[in-house]
Design a binder for this molecule. Structure first.
Ligand code: ADP
Length: 236
């Protein structure tokens, strides 16, 4: 069974008297351990698709099934629990809290899950080590480089071992070399089994992913599988 299945999902935004279709009858499946890039021109629906997958933006029609849960049929409270347990988010803006050090920033998502303190600390240290920040746990964001701040945001996203990591332009605010470091880290996490869906404008990032989905006007326009996956051609 696919980890994620979207079935005939439509989303239209209403602004005053105008209706803006953002997703049109879109269906897709994502298997566990895939690394998927979402590309397409500005306004094609990428952010909407990511927020619908992130259980943050209910579609008007269609179903979103993640690990067997029809997520928009869950109550609002259970949706929030589902997000905490199943999803990790990384945004271009990072959203690190400047008055908290790296460790405390990474502890945040666990506080919500109310795990025992000792376990929270162990997991936060492990997540920071996994992103190459061992020894820098007590530094505040301003004492870290842009790339290191990106790594803290990534550690915070993976600290609860979410089945699905959603990344919106994770290299968008970084210079190309630092961005490559983050992409290499995402690829390494993916090789260890982390399923990732990433929105990107940067064509250089596509060499790290296993599948690229191209959106156009809220529809899937094209799908490309990475060359090293034998037997899988281009389709759609
Ligand atoms: P992308 O991420 O590919 O740039 P978006 O998903 O942000 O695309 O937008 C898809 C379409 O929906 C665009 O026409 C955009 O203007 C519109 N849109 C996105 N969010 C909103 C919103 N909150 N209110 C109204 N229209 C929106």
């Amino acid at each position: 069974m696919a980890l994620v299945e979207m079935r005939q999902v439509s989303k239209t935004y209403s602004t005053g008297d105008e209706n803006v279709p953002a997703l049109r009858n879109l269906s897709l499946q994502i298997d566990a351990e895939e690394f998927v890039a979402l590309i397409g021109p500005s306004g094609s629906g990428k952010s909407t698709l990511l927020s619908v997958l992130g259980v943050l933006n209910p579609p008007d029609r269609g179903e979103v099934i993640i690990d067997g849960f029809d997520v928009y049929r869950l109550s609002l409270e259970r949706r929030a629990d589902f997000r905490s347990a199943y999803l990790g988010f990384v945004f271009q803006e990072l959203y690190l809290l400047s008055h908290l050090n790296a460790l405390e920033n990474v502890l945040l998502p666990q506080v919500i899950l109310k795990r025992p303190l000792r376990e929270q600390h162990q997991k936060a240290y492990a997540a920071l080590e996994a992103v190459g920040l061992k020894g820098k746990e007590k530094r505040f964001p301003r004492q870290l480089s842009g790339g290191e701040q990106g790594r803290v945001a990534l550690a915070r996203a993976i600290v609860n071992h979410p089945p699905l990591l959603l990344a919106d332009e994770p290299t968008g605010s970084l210079d190309s070399k630092t961005g490559e470091g983050i992409m290499e880290l995402l690829r390494e996490l993916n090789r260890q089994g982390q399923t990732i869906v990433m929105v990107t404008h940067n064509a250089d990032n596509l060499r790290y992913v296993s599948r690229t989905l191209e959106l156009r006007d809220g529809e899937l326009r094209r799908e490309d599988f990475a060359a090293e996956k034998p037997g899988m051609g281009s389709s759609v």
